[in-house]
Design a protein around this ligand. Structure first.
Ligand code: MIC
Length: 649
């Protein structure tokens, strides 16, 4: 039987385990990607584990998130990251060079390779025929050190693409349609593989748009074949020699089959506050907006900006509106300015920001209280924009641009002018000035890490106790995102390299009293939290596991977990458990005290065991899905201790 593209990529990189869906497999990782908001931890972890030099084909450290230099914290982190990139033999993409995902695609992505990134949107590079997976920082640190990446073997979900995109409809509408169909957990433990005649309609960058928001479907990865379009893109980037063809075999099959007919798509929009809350734009047309925002790794292409520029060319944005333009790479910003698009935007009334992630994670451009913000970004979880009670909608650049003109959410098909045509550039700019090459080994070993005062080493982690008595400090419902566990935003992000400080913001969006209550009992055995379905969806930030762990979190019991957060909890020695009977979620209350006895024996002996609720004559059946390897990690108190123990042997 033939293989599909995802299976070929896995088969070629399989170093442990069998390709049986659900079983743990170990994959060889060829490339890694880290960005500044997660990368400072990764570099501290490499240091803590005593790693000398990256063992991958290419590893790149990007600075794209924490760009606002309000005080010395962010620039100190930039210098630390530059010194760490030099020390460990990584590429270093300087602030202003652009968002990691499109820059990686331009400069380093290669069909047939694996890429692991400490950013959930790493899956965007699946557009290049790669197996690109987002993970917690420590998993990426291990991959940099040459260790395999462990993940549950996913099922492959084939999406046959047919038809042609109608006017005013673009790739973003295709992925929003997928989210409308399947919601934010529909893709958990699956790889989405797009194939079929409709792919000829989608440029490499359009495929990036679709692959990027596979993260919002909860998917492990998204893959596209490497075909003539991939070759064309790589040729324009001066890297045709790195292209290989990668297609599914004629007789390949998929675990799940689906079709998306581009001709039937209409402009779509995700309403506040979930990327899965998708409806056709015309259902919400007429809602007034305060902000229209174009940019981010979810719409990073030249086309995405050029089409918006053509829409606003010679016109004026609505009075009182903030039209924010966030270019995604410096290379592309040069082209946009040379082709007159930046002038179009500015004449229309836009505000131009630097190349980077910016407002996508609330690093600036937070919307005013109670006002609607329309964004081409990938996620709109509560508070992510930097405004606590925000109201963010997600859409295509077409919808964002026409709505900027009218001042309200607008279906672009109702405009009284034709859909402008935008051509891809015959020769886009290739500019590597702000991408530093890895230092040669001898020079690298001379480099000292430059640590500003805000950089704190990772505190020691305790081993898993055999008996625990822990109160439930928080009880939550479904779909809690890592943005709610540990917020983004310009206030919080500068502390990404300082665990004790960033911990002060933990669960702030859910319950402001959590930090104080956790601190009160931190040294008395810690605590537990209870959550609903899809717990920990969204970002890969390991801080969302590390900070609660630092505050004494020992156990999280939920209906089910999002993949990366589950892995992060296990990596840092927080026991991730699920209710065997979902209705038991109702049984537990904040303040209940959970008794877990003889734990070490129980987690080895089987997957299911009972927890007592103290003084209530109640028992709750829970399950863990940890592999033997993860149980060992859990027992040593986390992966850092585990690696150190192994190095000592
Ligand atoms: C995101 O889109 O949420 C981020 C910002 O890229 C994160 C990483 C982070 O939290 O720094 C992600 O998705 O992993």
């Amino acid at each position: 039987m033939g293989y599909n593209v995802a299976q070929k990529l896995i088969k070629d990189h399989l170093v442990e385990g069998k390709m049986d869906p659900g079983a743990e497999i170990g994959l060889k990782i060829d490339q890694t990607l880290t960005q500044d908001a997660t990368g400072t931890m990764v570099m501290l972890e490499l240091e803590a584990m005593g790693i000398d030099r990256a063992k991958t084909e290419a590893s790149a450290q990007y600075v794209d998130h924490n760009l606002i230099q309000e005080d010395s914290k962010n620039p100190d982190d930039h210098l630390f990251l530059e010194s760490a990139a030099e020390r460990f033999g990584l590429y270093f993409s300087r602030p202003g060079n652009g968002v990691s995902h499109p820059v990686h695609m331009q400069r380093l992505a290669r069909p047939g390779r694996t890429l692991l990134g400490s950013d959930s949107h790493t899956c965007a590079n699946g557009c290049m025929g790669m197996l690109a997976i987002g993970a917690g920082g420590i998993d990426v640190a291990m991959a940099i050190a040459g260790e395999p990446f462990y993940v549950k073997m996913p099922k492959v979900w084939g999406v046959k693409v047919t038809g042609e995109l109608p006017d005013w409809v673009s790739a973003k509408d295709a992925i929003l349609e997928m989210l409308r169909r399947h919601g934010v957990k529909g893709g958990v433990n699956h790889i989405f593989e797009y194939y079929g005649p409709g792919l000829k309609e989608l440029t490499a960058m359009d495929r990036h748009v679709i692959a990027n928001m596979g993260a919002e479907l909860g998917a492990t990865a998204t893959v596209f074949p490497s075909d003539e379009e991939t070759k064309r893109y790589m040729k324009l980037q001066g890297r045709e020699d790195e292209w290989i063809e990668l297609k599914a075999d004629q007789d390949a099959t998929y675990d799940v089959e689906e079709e998306i007919n581009l001709s039937e798509l209409v402009p779509m929009i995700a309403k506040p506050s979930s990327p899965g809350n998708v409806v056709p734009v015309n259902e919400v047309a007429g809602e007034p907006i305060y902000q229209s925002y174009i940019g981010s790794s979810a719409n990073p292409g030249f086309r995405d900006f050029a089409i918006a520029s053509k829409i606003v060319e010679g016109r004026q944005i609505a009075d009182g509106l903030s039209f924010d333009l966030n270019p995604t790479s410096r290379q592309m910003l040069i082209d946009l300015s040379q082709q007159g698009h930046i002038a179009n935007f500015l004449q229309a009334g836009a505000r131009l920001h630097q190349a980077g992630c910016n407002g996508c994670i609330g690093m600036g451009q937070a919307p005013a209280t109670g006002r609607n913000s329309l964004r081409t970004t990938p996620r709109n979880f509560p508070g992510r924009s930097g405004t606590k009670e925000d109201s963010v909608f997600l859409c295509s650049p077409e919808v964002a641009a026409v709505s900027a003109l009218t001042g309200m959410i607008t279906d672009p098909r109702t405009m009284d002018f034709d859909y402008p045509k935008v051509q891809e550039l015959e020769q886009p700019t290739v500019d590597t000035q702000l991408l530093e090459e890895p230092l040669p080994k001898e020079k690298a070993q001379q480099v000292d890490l430059v640590k500003g005062p805000n950089i704190a080493s990772i505190p020691k982690m305790n081993e898993l106790p055999n008996d625990m008595e822990v109160p439930v400090l928080l009880k939550m419902g479904d779909n809690i995102s890592t943005d709610e566990i540990l917020a983004g935003g310009a206030r919080v992000l500068p502390y990404r390299s300082n665990l004790p400080e960033i911990a002060k913001f933990t669960f702030e969006i859910v319950d402001e009293s959590y930090y104080d209550r956790a601190m009160d009992i931190k040294d008395q055995g810690g605590h537990a939290v209870v959550g609903g379905a899809n717990y920990g969806q969204g970002s890969s930030r390991e801080h969302a596991a590390l900070a609660p762990k630092y505050l004494g979190l020992r156990v999280a019991i939920v209906k089910d977990f999002a993949r990366i957060h589950w892995q992060n909890l296990a990596n840092f020695g927080v026991l991730p458990l699920v209710f065997v009977n979902e209705s038991d979620h109702e049984e537990l209350e904040q303040g209940d005290v959970l008794q877990l006895k003889d734990l070490r024996k129980k987690i080895h002996e089987g997957n299911e065991f009972m927890i007592e609720v103290k003084g209530k004559d109640k028992q709750i059946k829970v399950r863990h899905d940890l592999s033997e390897r993860q149980i060992e990690i859990m027992e040593s108190g986390g992966i850092i201790n585990w690696v150190k123990d192994r190095l000592r042997q």
